[in-house]
Design a protein around this ligand. Structure first.
Ligand code: SF4
Length: 73
């Protein structure tokens, strides 16, 4: 997809955890995380390019819960 330089991956356990998913929604400064009615995390694809690589998301959850991947060098 053109203009897509960042991918954010959340492991299934983290995404399904209501406390962790709420934390992710709260910490990301550019709104990349949202939750559906069942409090499961979802990635807001259209905001991915706004990622500032601040790492707040990966620090907010247990190690490996969130991976922010740069799709460029
Ligand atoms: S690195 Fe920062 S801006 Fe990017 S998804 Fe994580 S919290 Fe949001």
């Amino acid at each position: 997809m053109p203009g897509m330089f960042i991918d954010v991956q959340v492991d299934a356990r983290t995404a399904a955890d209501p406390v962790l998913s709420a934390k992710l929604v709260e910490v990301c400064p550019v709104g990349i995380f949202d939750r559906d009615e069942s409090e499961t995390l979802r990635i807001v694809e259209e905001n991915l390019d706004e990622c500032v690589l601040c790492d707040l998301c990966s620090q907010a959850v247990p190690s490996g819960g969130v991976r922010v991947i740069k799709l460029y060098e």
